[in-house]
Design a protein around this ligand. Structure first.
Ligand code: GAP
Length: 456
């Protein structure tokens, strides 16, 4: 069971829709599941890829001060000594002497086991990094860690990127990839997982300009969620108190979302100063300073780090998009996902399974499939099929009917207001392209007309 904020979409409903429609499954379910690990199904993988694509477009493609990177998950173990993770990436844990359950000691208020009220042991520090071994011998010398954040892969590649791209400050490196944490408090679906994905930027700046760039990234990142359809009232910024800041951070804002479990962190934007580059310089013995030609100065850059979770973003986009409307059949469930994020952009629906409709329907489907993720569905009534597409968030349905065979026209129906237009097949692709890029349904292509429509 998951916690629930009154008035927000019911988390259980969302979990059930995700399972039923192939968005997200519990990992290794046939074996009883694997705690805090989830698998993305056929629709989930599309949504997740679209989230990553939208992020990459905003932080790399559309900027000329950013480059990308894909570093390996296994890194030299000294990386994690330098970063402070071996020493400090730990939670205090206490065990119940009676029922043997394990708890985060800093989450316990009265010193008693929340499950049975039993006495707890003294807290012990528990490191959240997963350990494994390289090579055939399982000894201390061969220990490596699954990375708990992607950030360090960027820091250790700072000199490689500078030399290979001849970048000048300010510039940043972006990376998307898996991270692993042996989390103790789990249970809110994909909010906190043991294996998850991060989208991180390390933006290198001249010391003294860091506050201005920090402000820039806080605004950029907040607006990214809004531009992808998150409702303003469900998003806020929260500055960390001084005693809450990580040891390396001078300032930090969380972008928080009103999840079904309450206001929680979606992304953190931190001013990490020169901490990481200095630590890696110290532990590797390599010079990680930057040479500024104009002033003939060497200095260690400061770093602004916007760090987002892919899975938490997916959860926020799903929760924000979920909607229900009463209609004559009972309830219409709609995922009002931003068109860029919707897993399937278009559904091609022949009005019936009558085989005379098949060749034209398949022809339309094959043409559109070259441009977008398209579903072909001819099972059950047209009304049911529209509902099915609404529930998975498909922005547009294209229907081929008997008249289409004569006049070479088809209808387009939109998900959000169920408006319909009829357009010639020869302008179908360009019309859908315009609509997917935000052109209102009221704008008609040449030869197009409003359409009263089939059964909704
Ligand atoms: N490099 C900085 C860093 O890793 P973080 O606040 O620990 O900072 C950044 O993580 C983001 O990664 C979080 O805001 C969250 O979106 C995501 N994240 C962290 N731990 C997670 C977990 N166990 N499951 C899912 N997402 C997680």
């Amino acid at each position: 069971m998951v916690e629930q904020v009154p008035g927000k979409v019911d988390m259980d409903k969302l979990v059930s829709l995700c399972k039923r429609r192939g968005y997200i499954f519990p990992s290794s379910e046939i074996y009883g599941g694997m705690g805090a690990c989830y698998d993305y199904g056929p629709l989930g993988v599309e949504l997740k890829n679209n989230v990553k694509k939208a992020w990459w477009k905003a932080v790399v493609q559309e900027r000329d001060d950013m480059v990308g990177l894909d570093a390996s998950i296994l890194m030299h173990p000294q990386t994690w000594v330098a970063s402070g993770h071996v020493e400090g990436f730990a939670d205090p844990l206490a065990d119940c002497k009676k029922c043997k359950q394990r708890w985060r000691a800093d989450h316990i208020k009265d010193g008693k086991c929340p499950s049975c009220g039993g006495e707890l042991t003294e807290p012990r520090m528990f490191n959240l990094m997963f350990k494994t071994f390289v090579g055939p011998v399982e000894d201390e010398a061969s220990v490596v860690y699954l990375r708990p954040e992607t950030a360090q892969g960027i820091f250790v590649n700072f000199p490689n990127v500078i030399t290979s791209t001849r970048r000048k400050l300010p510039f940043g490196i972006a990376q998307i990839g898996k991270s692993f944490r042996n989390e103790i408090t789990t249970g809110n679906f994909i909010f906190r997982m043991r294996e998850f994905e991060q989208m991180e930027v390390e933006y290198f700046v001249k010391p003294g300009t860091d506050e201005q760039w920090f402000k820039h990234w806080v605004e950029e990142r907040f607006n990214w969620y809004i531009n992808l359809g998150i409702k303003k009232e469900n998003l806020r910024l929260r500055q960390h108190d001084k005693d809450e800041l990580a040891h390396y951070a001078r300032d930090c804002y969380d972008v928080e979302y009103l999840f079904p479990i309450g206001w929680s962190e979606l992304e953190g934007i931190a001013n990490r100063t020169d901490f990481d580059l200095k630590q890696h310089a110290k532990f590797s013995g390599k010079d990680l300073s930057y040479y500024e030609e104009e002033t003939k100065q060497h200095f260690v850059p400061y770093v602004i780090e916007p760090s987002a979770g892919v899975d938490r973003s997916v959860l926020a986009f799903l929760a924000d998009a979920y909607d229900e409307e009463k209609d004559k059949e009972g309830l219409r469930v709609i995922l009002r996902l931003h068109y860029d994020l919707a897993p399937v952009k278009i559904a091609v629906l022949p009005l019936s399974r009558n085989e005379t409709l098949l060749p034209l329907s398949k022809e339309v489907y094959n043409t559109l499939q070259k441009c977008w993720m398209v579903q072909y569905d001819d099972a059950q009534s047209i009304g049911r099929r529209y509902r099915r597409q609404d529930e998975i968030g498909t922005p547009f349905c294209v229907t081929i009917d008997f008249q289409s065979l004569e006049d070479k026209q088809v209808t387009i129906r939109d998900r959000d207001k169920m408006r319909q237009i009829r357009v010639p097949i020869e302008v179908l692709k360009s019309t859908l392209d315009a609509k997917l890029n935000g052109e209102p349904m009221e704008v008609l292509p040449s030869g197009g007309k409003k359409w009263l429509g089939f059964e909704q």
